[in-house]
Design a protein around this ligand. Structure first.
Ligand code: B12
Ligand code: SF4
Length: 484
C-alpha cells in the first residue's frame, strides 16, 4: 500500500514541523511520503504525482480556517482525477464537524480524534476489503447520513516511536522567532483535563489529559538541541503545565541546554505553583506562557465553565510572572452571550490594568465563536445561530472569518461592538507592539508608540486609521498571526 501524508498550506512565515502528520507517520508499516504545503513550493504537483499510483491512500490533516480552503479543492480535484484514490481526513475540522467533512465529494473517510491507533486499523480494513466504518474512531457518509464506529480512547504520544525527523529536511523548519534563531515545535501530551464550553479541545479529548513522562520530554528536547541545533522550543500542548511535578522535572532536565521555551497553561494552575517551581522554570529558559484569561467580566468567565478561574487570578498571575521575568501572553474570548457589551467593556478595562501592572504582558483578542458543546452553544442556537452543514458553506465569504475568531456571527453581536474591539486592538498594538513580531524595526516601534501615546492615555480608541495604516505598511503581525 502506498500512503501519502498531506499538510495543506496553513502558514507562510513561521514554518512549524507538521506534527499532526509526523505523529501518524511513525505508526505506518508501509511505504509513505509526506507533502508539506507550508514549506514545499511545488507541493500540489508532487502530490499529484504521488497520488497517481494505483492503490494510494491520501491522509490529510485539516484545521478549520484557511487550511480547509486549501485542503478542499485539492482533494476534490485529486478524487475526480484518480477515482481509485482513497482520501482520509483527520484533525480538528474533521473531528468537530464530521458530517460536513465526510459528506464532501473529496473525502472517503474521516478519523475522529487521535489517529495513532485508528489509522493502522483503518488501513488494515482497506487492505482486507472490509468495512472501515466498523473501526473505532472512523466515520463515513453513507446513504445521506454519517456512519461511525465507536469512540476511541485517547492515547499517550510517548507510547509510540519518536517523530521521524530523519525523513524531513529539518533545516526548513528551524524558524527565527522572538525565542531564538532556530525554533522547533514539539507536542508532549494529549488533551486537557478541563471542559471549558467554548474550546474545541473538549470535542477532541472529552476532558482527558495524557502527559508524556518528563524524561521522555527531556530526551526529545535534547535530541532537537543536539542533533538539529535547536535554540528554542515551542510546546504546542493544549495544557503543558497541568502537572507541576512534570514541569519541574522537564525544567531541570533541560536547563543546561540553554534553550528558550514557550508553552500553554491555565492561570489558576500556575498561580498554585511554588516559588521554587517558578525559579526552576525561569532558570531553564521559559520565556513566555500563553494563558486563557478569557474575560474581565466574572459572569462571562463563569458562563464559559472555566473551572473556577477568576478575574483576580489573572491580575495576580500577571504580577507573579513579572516578578519571575516570564512574559504572560493573555488570550481573551470576547462578546459572550448574556451581556456582550459589559463583557467587552470590562475585558478591555482589564487589558489596560494588566498593561499598567506589567507592560511586558502580551494580549490576544478573540471573539467568542461557538463550537458544538453543551453550554453557551445551546444559548446561541436558541437565539437562531446555526453552524454551516457543508464545506462549501464553511468556505463561503460569510463564514470565512469565523474560524479565525474575528467575525463570529453570533446573534447578539453588533457591528459596533466588533469595531470597538478592533479599534482598541489597533491602538493597543501600536502602544505595545508585540515582541513576537520580527518584521518591524526599532524605529518603527518607537514611532508607533509615540503616535499612539495620547490615544492610549486618554482612552480615545475610535477610528485609529493612522495607526492601522502604518501597521499595515510596516507589515506588523499580531501574536496570533505569527504563522501567517
Ligand atoms: C500549530 C498550530 C497551528 C499552526 C499551524 C499548524 C499546521 N497544521 O500547519 C498555525 C499557527 C498556522 C495555526 C493556525 C490556526 N489555528 Co491552530 N493550532 C496549532 C496547535 C497549537 C498545534 C497543532 C499540532 O501540531 N498539534 C499536535 C498534533 C500531534 O495533534 P493534532 O493536530 O490534533 O493531530 C492528531 C489528531 O488530530 C489526529 N489527526 C490530525 N490530522 C490527521 C489526519 C489524518 C488523516 C488522521 C488519520 C488523523 C489526524 O491524529 C494526530 C495525532 O494524534 C493546535 C492546538 C493543539 N495543541 O493541537 C492549534 C489549533 C488546532 N488551532 C486552532 C485554530 C482555531 C487555529 C486558527 C483558526 C487560529 C486563528 N485564529 O487564526 C488558525 C487557522 C489555521 C489555518 N491557516 O487554517 C484550534 C482549532 C480549534 C477548532 N475550533 O477546531 C486549535 C485546537 C487551538 C485551540 N486550542 O483552539 N495553528
Ligand atoms: S483549559 Fe484551555 S485547553 Fe483546556 S479546555 Fe479550557 S480552554 Fe480548552
Amino acid at each position: 500500500m502506498n500512503v501519502v501524508l498531506f499538510n495543506p498550506r496553513a502558514q507562510k512565515a513561521h514554518r512549524r514541523l507538521p506534527l499532526s502528520l509526523l505523529m501518524l507517520a511513525r505508526v505506518l508499516d508501509c511505504e509513505w511520503a509526506l507533502v508539506d504545503g507550508n514549506v514545499e513550493p511545488g507541493a500540489e504537483q508532487r502530490l499529484d504525482a504521488l497520488c497517481a499510483r494505483p492503490g494510494t491512500v491520501l491522509l490529510v490533516t485539516v484545521m478549520p480556517g484557511p487550511q480547509l480552503g486549501v485542503a478542499t479543492p485539492s482533494c476534490r480535484r485529486l478524487k475526480a482525477r484518480y477515482p481509485g484514490l482513497t482520501i482520509v481526513w483527520g484533525g480538528y475540522f474533521a473531528t468537530v464537524y464530521p458530517e460536513a467533512a465526510a459528506r464532501d465529494p473529496g473525502v472517503d473517510f474521516v478519523v475522529l480524534g487521535q489517529g495513532e491507533r485508528t489509522l493502522p486499523e483503518l488501513l488494515d480494513a482497506l487492505r482486507a476489503g472490509g468495512d472501515p466504518t466498523a473501526v473505532p474512531g472512523v466515520a463515513a457518509w453513507r446513504d445521506g447520513g454519517l456512519v461511525r464506529g465507536p469512540t476511541r480512547a485517547s492515547v499517550r504520544p510517548a507510547d509510540f516511536p519518536d517523530p521521524p525527523y530523519e525523513r524531513l529536511d529539518m533545516e526548513r523548519y528551524a524558524a527565527r522567532t522572538f525565542l531564538g534563531d532556530r525554533t522547533y515545535n514539539h507536542h508532549a501530551s494529549a488533551g486537557c483535563p478541563y471542559f471549558c464550553n467554548f474550546c474545541a479541545v473538549v470535542n477532541m479529548f472529552e476532558g482527558k489529559w495524557i502527559p508524556d513522562p518528563a524524561d521522555h520530554v527531556v530526551r526529545i528536547v535534547r535530541r532537537l538541541a543536539t542533533e538539529y541545533r535547536a535554540d528554542a522550543i515551542e510546546f504546542h500542548d493544549n495544557n503543558f503545565f497541568a502537572w507541576e511535578k512534570r514541569v519541574v522535572e522537564v525544567s531541570r532536565g533541560i536547563t543546561d541546554l540553554g534553550v528558550s521555551w514557550w508553552g500553554e497553561a491555565r492561570i489558576d494552575t500556575m498561580l498554585g505553583f511554588s516559588g521554587a517551581t517558578w525559579e526552576a522554570m525561569a532558570r531553564s529558559g521559559l520565556r513566555m506562557v500563553f494563558f486563557g484569561a478569557e474575560s474581565g467580566d466574572q459572569d462571562a468567565i463563569d458562563g464559559m465553565e472555566k473551572g473556577g478561574l477568576t478575574v483576580e487570578d489573572t491580575r495576580a498571575l500577571n504580577r507573579l510572572a513579572r516578578r519571575h521575568g516570564i512574559r504572560p501572553e493573555f488570550s481573551f474570548v470576547l462578546a459572550n452571550p448574556g451581556d456582550p457589551e459589559r463583557d467587552v467593556e470590562r475585558s478591555l478595562a482589564l487589558v489596560r490594568d494588566l498593561k499598567a501592572d506589567n507592560p511586558d504582558c502580551e494580549i490576544i483578542l478573540y471573539m467568542y465563536t461557538p463550537v458544538p458543546l453543551p453550554g453557551m452553544y445551546d444559548e446561541a442556537t436558541k437565539q437562531g445561530f446555526a453552524l454551516p452543514k457543508t464545506i462549501d458553506d464553511w468556505l463561503s465569504p460569510e463564514w470565512a472569518g469565523y474560524d479565525r475568531r474575528r467575525n463570529p456571527r453570533t446573534p447578539w453581536i453588533t457591528p459596533g461592538l466588533v469595531d470597538s474591539v478592533y479599534d482598541f486592538e489597533t491602538v493597543l498594538h501600536a502602544r505595545y507592539p508585540t515582541v513576537s513580531d520580527l518584521r518591524m524595526g526599532p524605529w518603527q516601534r518607537r514611532a508607533l508608540r509615540a503616535l499612539s501615546a495620547a490615544r492610549w492615555r486618554l482612552g480615545w480608541m475610535k477610528a485609529p486609521y493612522e495607526l492601522r495604516l502604518l501597521q499595515k505598511a510596516w507589515g506588523y503581525r499580531r501574536p496570533e498571526e505569527m504563522g501567517f
